[in-house]
Design a binder for this molecule. Structure first.
Ligand SMILES: *[C@@H]1O[C@H](CO)[C@@H](O)[C@H](O)[C@H]1NC(C)=O
Ligand SMILES: *[C@@H]1O[C@H](CO)[C@@H](O)[C@H](O)[C@H]1NC(C)=O
Ligand SMILES: *[C@@H]1O[C@H](CO)[C@@H](O)[C@H](O)[C@H]1NC(C)=O
Ligand SMILES: *[C@@H]1O[C@H](CO)[C@@H](O)[C@H](O)[C@H]1NC(C)=O
Ligand SMILES: *[C@@H]1O[C@H](CO)[C@@H](O)[C@H](O)[C@H]1NC(C)=O
Ligand SMILES: *[C@@H]1O[C@H](CO)[C@@H](O)[C@H](O)[C@H]1NC(C)=O
Ligand SMILES: *[C@@H]1O[C@H](CO)[C@@H](O)[C@H](O)[C@H]1NC(C)=O
Ligand SMILES: *[C@@H]1O[C@H](CO)[C@@H](O)[C@H](O)[C@H]1NC(C)=O
Ligand SMILES: *[C@@H]1O[C@H](CO)[C@@H](O)[C@H](O)[C@H]1NC(C)=O
Length: 375
């Protein structure tokens, strides 16, 4: 048996992932409820602690700010903001209207340094992405920059470089990725690069590694991760012609799936150990897939695809993965068809192989879109 000291030591070594209760909010595709959820990493249980009646008619996507004081919600023709009054409560603060006839606020990301601009993408052709300013409390104020694209573009996902100086757009309808530079004081944006993607892959979401040398793009139509080199000075991308599959070897029915999400594990070191990705099944009786990759600490290159394993159900419209802030081995995943949120934990065997499994499951009344972790 372990001594008490050894047990405490093990707990310390594992970060805060022993005996702690963590909090998250989950958006939902329909209805005004935003869920406040607790995850206990000792009992491996998820608990619904508050059905928050929000001022949003739906919360198709929610994002949290760097300071963990606000959440931002894609709500039809509005971007809404809420103050996090405590880890289980929100208070509506403000909304900013999308421009022109744009009405599908779809995706939001937040910058990591003052003045804490928020970036939003309406998912429709003819709509620019938006840079939105916030006040001192983090409430949304107004659109200060437009991320413009060509007419056939329809951008589904955004990503920022770690210095917040470049914003990347995954152009699902236009089958491309875009790079824009950002004036980190004024929020104005200028086009740097348009880069067509391989035929028919449909970039959906993407991430830029903190070291600045690689970007990874979810190819929705082919259910793959596309690997891009990044020039750390100009911000420009080069496609490497390398992909990693988000479907098992031998599957010829990629049109029955649609890859969804990619995200690094969360760490303050600037060198995430893992990257998570998921793909949805278009048939709600057949499961989707989730995968984890080990990432080189210095370059950000993929070392290995640790595993590719079935999710509990199809994912529906979203099996969004959101990495946990308390330990890199944990992430949350949604399923908007089966109306659940789960927490998964991976076990890596060095950097070459590994496994992942759901450790906690919570059924909800409506289909969750994505979660944000508060702590
Ligand atoms: C949330 O709402 C569901 C019904 O939709 C109900 O079963 C549950 O008890 C509520 N939870 C809380 C914490 O209010
Ligand atoms: C937000 O919702 C609350 C509670 O339902 C309501 O009292 C308030 O008037 C709403 N505010 C706005 C700006 O819609
Ligand atoms: C969080 O805030 C709500 C509303 O102000 C309050 O009802 C609740 O008790 C608070 N919860 C905690 C854990 O402080
Ligand atoms: C963004 O676009 C809108 C609508 O075209 C325009 O009114 C506004 O001036 C633009 N903002 C900036 C900062 O360019
Ligand atoms: C890339 O540039 C950022 C600053 O813009 C810097 O923090 C980072 O260390 C650079 N990466 C490399 C690999 O030199
Ligand atoms: C990718 O393939 C294209 C077409 O074969 C080739 O022109 C390009 O140089 C390749 N890119 C890299 C980074 O190898
Ligand atoms: C795709 O094909 C595989 C292999 O034949 C099969 O197991 C799977 O159920 C199919 N998926 C869907 C969504 O039809
Ligand atoms: C979904 O998969 C099931 C089981 O393979 C099959 O019976 C059904 O026809 C599929 N539904 C659709 C819409 O393809
Ligand atoms: C762990 O990885 C090593 C190779 O690095 C391999 O030989 C071993 O079988 C793996 N163990 C498991 C449990 O997968």
């Amino acid at each position: 048996m372990l001594s008490l000291t050894a047990t405490i030591l093990l707990g310390t070594l594992a970060g805060q992932a022993v005996g702690s209760v963590h909090h998250m909010f989950s958006g939902a595709f329909s209805g005004s409820t935003i869920y406040a959820i607790e995850f206990d990493d000792e009992s491996n249980s998820l608990t619904l602690v508050n059905n928050i009646t929000s001022n949003s008619s739906s919360s198709k996507w929610i994002a949290i700010d760097e300071r963990k004081q606000n959440i931002y919600v894609g709500d039809g023709a509005l971007y809404d903001s809420y103050a996090i009054t405590n880890s289980t409560s929100l208070e509506y603060s403000s909304s900013v209207a999308l421009l022109g006839s744009c009405s599908n606020a779809n995706y939001l990301i937040t910058s990591t340094a003052s003045p804490y601009f928020v970036f939003g993408a309406p998912y429709s052709t003819g709509c620019a992405g938006n840079v939105i300013s916030v006040d001192s409390s983090g409430a949304l104020v107004s659109i200060v920059g437009n991320i413009t694209y060509q007419s056939g573009a329809g951008v589904h996902g955004l990503a920022l470089s770690s210095d917040n100086k470049f914003v990347y757009s995954a152009d699902d309808m236009g089958n491309a990725v875009w790079v824009h530079s950002v004036d980190t004081t004024a929020g104005e944006v200028a086009e740097v690069q348009y880069l067509a993607a391989p035929t028919g892959v449909d970039p959906r979401h993407m991430v830029v590694h903190p070291k600045g040398l690689f970007a990874y793009v979810v190819f929705e139509a082919s259910s793959e991760i596309g690997v891009y080199y990044r020039d750390n000075n100009t911000g420009e991308l080069t496609y490497t012609n390398t992909t990693y599959p988000l479907l098992p070897t031998g599957f010829t029915n990629s049109s029955s799936y649609w890859a969804d999400e990619v995200m690094f594990s969360v760490t303050s070191t600037g060198s995430p150990k893992y990257m998570y990705a998921a793909t949805r099944s278009r048939n709600t009786t057949i499961p989707g897939y989730v995968s984890a990759f080990s990432i080189d600490a210095d370059t950000g290159a993929i070392i290995s695809q640790l595993f590719l394993t079935e999710t509990t159900n199809s994912g529906g419209s979203a099996n969004s993965v959101t990495s946990a802030p308390f330990a890199e081995e944990y992430f949350a995943i949604t399923d908007s068809a089966s109306n659940h949120v789960e927490v998964w934990k991976i076990t890596a065997n060095g950097t070459t192989t590994g496994t992942g499994e759901a450790v906690a499951h919570l059924d909800l009344a409506t289909g969750p879109s994505d979660v944000v972790w508060v702590d």
